[in-house]
Design a protein around this ligand. Structure first.
Ligand code: FPP
Length: 231
């Protein structure tokens, strides 16, 4: 049973890798590598804390226009992560889910992502969701077009099931690191009632202890979903 103070689903906008690298006079790709290390530690901590779904914004649809060498660095990190970490993830009964249009990625990367999802344990007790070439607006347009093609009228539930996140509960907590205070096309439909947590900490410095702080703050928030307080 989920503790009321623990979010079922935490989603993270992992911002600040580039600035983290720049401060150290290092290439941006090194910042993304440090970000990947942080992401691995955070997913572990989230699972320990009882979170069941952990979504990370690995690449937005807008990020796809970044310089070729930075993109290649990010694709290499995806290759590295899935080669090194899948076995441990599956053995700990964790699943992988991918959201976004991965058809625009190098073919081997797309295949790695697809296979990691397909081969995931079916009865997993933790799911890490990678948003790759993801943007809420393209996701919503895709869902609308699917409904139109099927000649279907939609309601909130049936529309939700046309999104990449079908079957995943809406995020309870969205965290953005790196100091910007916006959602940048991330889970706009799904985060309708999410609690938002913004921090100036650059993503590679966002340690499990800092995640604990965000989770503790979440536990103190009063979520009313538009209703009034009864006590
Ligand atoms: C935004 O920071 C971050 C990204 C565009 C990429 C995030 C990717 C990772 C942490 C690695 C993910 C790894 C896997 C395996 C999915 P930014 O570069 O925009 O930072 P800045 O605002 O400081 O420039």
């Amino acid at each position: 049973m989920q503790d009321r103070g623990t979010p079922l689903h935490v989603a993270v906008i992992m911002d600040g890798n580039g600035r983290w690298a720049k401060k150290r006079l290092l290439p941006r790709t090194v910042g993304h590598g440090a970000g990947m290390k942080a992401m691995i530690a955070l997913a572990k901590r989230a699972k320990e804390r009882g979170v069941k779904y952990f979504t990370v914004y690995a690449l937005s649809s807008e990020n796809l226009s970044r310089p070729k060498d930075e993109l290649e660095g990010l694709f290499n990190l995806i290759r590295e992560y899935f080669t090194k970490n899948l076995k441990e993830l599956y053995e700990s009964n964790s699943a992988v889910k991918i959201i976004g249009d991965i058809s625009a990625l190098p073919q081997d990367c797309a295949a790695v992502l697809e296979d990691s999802q397909k081969n995931s344990p079916k009865d997993a007790d933790f799911t890490i969701i990678f948003a790759v070439n993801y943007g809420s607006r393209p996701e919503i347009i895709r869902a609308v077009n699917t409904a139109v093609e099927r000649g279907e009228k939609v309601d909130v539930n049936s529309f939700s099931s046309l999104l990449y996140t079908d079957g995943v509960p809406d995020p309870d907590l969205v965290i953005r690191t790196g100091g910007e205070v916006r959602l940048s096309n991330f889970l706009l439909w799904q985060a309708a009632y999410a609690e938002l947590y913004f921090t100036d900490v650059l993503f590679p410095d966002f340690t499990p202890k800092k995640l604990d702080k965000a989770l503790d703050e979440y536990a103190r928030r009063d979520r009313r979903f538009g209703k009034i307080k009864t006590i």
